[in-house]
Write a protein that binds this ligand. Structure first.
Ligand code: ZN
Ligand code: ZN
Length: 444
């Protein structure tokens, strides 16, 4: 029987923290107020009044700007009577045609495809849940939503284009195109769209696939430790699983993990093979890190010959009384962040695997920081992409991406995949059964 394969569940008044798995009852929220996890401080829910209408308006505006941004030139330059210009797509296209297919595909995906998918998904989800009986595909689209959001990197591209613009300004007159201003607006709109979107509101309306059975209550959410202090309990400790897609907390049927009664996604107590997968991506990233820094990322050809620059040489070249802030951005984004990320992830994996029972909160915060800043390392990929797309002034001067760029892009992507495969709840799991008082540990 298909129906019996679905779990029994708790109502949405309860939430299990996605970062530390603490099960807690949520308070009734005032408009714009947020409930945060009382152990690790992660935001669990925010009440956004009129979320669907606002998000719809912002998404429609973003869709319009997106079309304009991709239809008109973003950057142009003139030098000794020669002119050149490029669009967003033109940057990726140049790489695809010049033996840099992997990087070209990555730029195409993060700067063109993922943002379009992000906007289209948002529009489709809102159109779907606005019906009287929201169709099942809304749940399926919602599953893709966080992925599209992670890989949509318009704001990183914007920064990369600005750096490229200043870089090129040293030897040519750069003309910022209309698309550059439109993209600036698009960055703000996408941020506002994300901020106004309330997944909980969508899930309240989605048609349930399982039976409405929340007979799990009453649960003992609090226990007392040996010293008589009140301690919280994780969902795992109570035999409950949190759905990664919709956040519903349910009890698996029998020994199997089962399916979420609301959205139908397969659910597990912890991400499958989190350690193995995270280690595999991390080690691959560490290996790519070496050629990424030793091989040239840009090759400049002039009538005087060909010059190759590694990332570090690029940073040094940008360093000038005027250009040092940009040089610093590239240094931090391309050298400091990737190496710090690899070291931080290795530390998190090792301590979690050893069941370390100290500094839980600092480690979860470190994980969130790594998750948040990872995408910004893509800046140098965009700088090099648009520099190469624009400076094609043969025989005067031309710039091509070097073999280091694909390794550098690989480091960024592999560390992001390592972060996504890891499960931060594994950091907190050693706290189970140790009488870990939530209040001492958590309140910010
Ligand atoms: Zn938490
Ligand atoms: Zn679900």
């Amino acid at each position: 029987m298909a129906a019996s394969a679905y779990n029994r569940f708790l109502t949405d008044d309860f939430a299990a923290c996605p970062d530390c798995d603490l099960l807690q009852r949520l308070p009734v929220l005032e408009p714009q107020a947020a409930a945060v996890c009382r152990r690790c401080g992660r935001e669990l829910r925010r009440y956004r009044p009129d979320s669907l209408n606002r998000t719809l308006a912002l998404a429609a505006a973003a869709a319009t700007l997106y079309v304009v941004a991709n239809a008109v030139p973003m950057l142009g330059l003139t030098v000794v009577g020669r002119e050149a210009e490029t669009t967003v797509f033109g940057g990726a296209w140049h790489l695809l045609q010049n033996d840099q297919r992997l990087v070209g595909l990555l730029v195409l995906f993060t700067a063109v495809i993922a943002p379009a998918v992000q906007i289209a998904l948002t529009l489709a989800v809102i159109a779907g849940v606005s019906r009287d009986h929201p169709p099942r595909w809304v749940a399926r689209l919602m599953r893709l939503h966080p992925t599209a959001q992670t890989w949509s990197m318009i704001e990183v591209m914007m920064l990369g284009v600005l750096v490229a613009l200043v870089k090129i300004a040293d030897y040519a007159t750069v003309i910022p195109g209309l698309a550059l201003f439109v993209i600036g607006g698009l960055v703000l709109l996408l941020a506002a769209m994300q901020a106004s979107f309330d997944p909980a509101e969508v899930w309240r309306r989605v048609t349930w696939v399982g039976a409405r059975d929340s007979s799990l209550l009453p649960l003992e959410l609090e226990a007392t430790d040996a010293d008589g202090r009140a301690v919280g309990r994780s969902a795992l400790e109570l035999g409950l699983e949190r759905c990664d897609t919709c956040g519903l907390v349910s009890q698996p049927v029998g020994a199997e993990s089962g399916r979420c009664p609301r959205c139908g996604a397969a659910i597990e107590f912890r991400k499958a093979e989190a350690f193995q997968r995270a280690w595999a991506f991390l080690i691959a990233a560490a290996i790519c890190y070496v050629p990424a820094n030793l091989l040239p990322v840009l090759r400049t050809t002039t009538d005087a010959g060909t010059d190759s620059d590694t990332i570090l040489q690029g940073v040094v070249l940008l360093w000038s009384p005027r250009g040092w802030p940009l040089s610093l951005i590239v240094l931090v984004a391309s050298i400091v962040i990737p190496s710090a990320k690899i070291a931080a992830l290795a530390y998190l994996l090792i301590t979690a695997q050893r069941g370390s029972a100290v500094s839980f909160n600092q480690r979860v915060r470190l994980y969130r920081t790594v998750e948040f800043i990872g995408r910004w390392s893509m800046v140098d990929v965009f700088v090099d992409t648009f520099t190469a797309a624009l400076i094609q002034l043969q025989p005067l001067m031309s710039v091509e991406p070097g073999p280091g760029l694909v390794f550098f892009a690989a480091v960024v992507v592999l560390t992001m995949l390592a972060v996504e495969s890891f499960d931060p709840r594994l950091i907190w799991d050693p706290a189970i059964g140790r009488g870990f008082a939530t209040k001492e540990a958590g309140y910010a």
